[in-house]
Design a protein around this ligand. Structure first.
Ligand code: HEM
Length: 165
């Protein structure tokens, strides 16, 4: 990995940061904040096979909202360690058999978020910029089991943020 200087945070440098990419994907998997943005209306009646082997009939015209927070930690989709934070699950050798609609922070299909690549890039560039300027440390007020809420983010996130120089 090449060194990124203070004035050097650009698209090409950021796209080479493979671990950061996996880190952001894993964070988005466990904390998908736009999960109410993917409603669909069935254009015909369909019976779906669920990941646990049961069947679900959806009648034509029914509006459905995929339960993204639940799909994101479903053992049948992500394995036994589904609730653990592990960016390496996005390594190519671990990605292979995963359902193409397992990772849904930006939705999926023809209406997938068109800003996905921009948002991923901006998130990674912001993290790099912050890490270059500040150290983030847990302190005695930090709760390690943070609770997240849709759109409003963390309920509490108490940390020490210190300038690097
Ligand atoms: C972290 C940031 C973002 C997240 C998590 C996010 C997530 C989503 C999700 C879940 C959807 C619904 C997709 C679906 O129905 O399958 C969506 C749709 C959309 N997003 Fe994003 N988004 C983000 C950033 C952006 C940005 C930066 C833009 C534009 C520059 C953008 C533009 C749109 C538009 C226009 C749609 C509607 C697409 C359609 O209905 O065809 N989003 N987004």
């Amino acid at each position: 990995m090449s060194f990124i200087g203070a004035d050097d945070i650009n698209y090409n440098k950021i796209k080479d940061l493979e671990f950061l990419d996996k880190f952001v994907k894993e964070t988005a998997r466990l904390h998908p904040f736009a999960f109410t943005a993917t409603p669909r209306r069935a254009i015909e009646t369909v019976t779906l096979k669920c990941s646990d082997g049961t069947f679900l009939r959806i009648d034509k015209g029914t509006c459905i909202l995929p339960n993204i927070p639940v799909i994101s930690v479903d053992n049948n989709v992500w394995g036994k360690d589904a609730t653990e934070f592990n960016p390496d699950r996005f390594l190519p050798e671990n990605n292979g058999n995963r359902h193409p609609m397992a990772w849904l922070p930006f939705g999926a299909g023809p209406r997938i978020c068109p800003g996905k690549n921009l948002a991923m890039h901006e998130t990674k560039a912001t993290i790099v910029k912050l890490l270059k300027e500040f150290k983030f440390e847990i302190c005695n007020k930090t709760e390690l089991n943070e609770i997240t809420r849709s759109l409003t983010g963390f309920e509490s996130l108490k940390m020490k943020i210190l300038p690097r120089d």
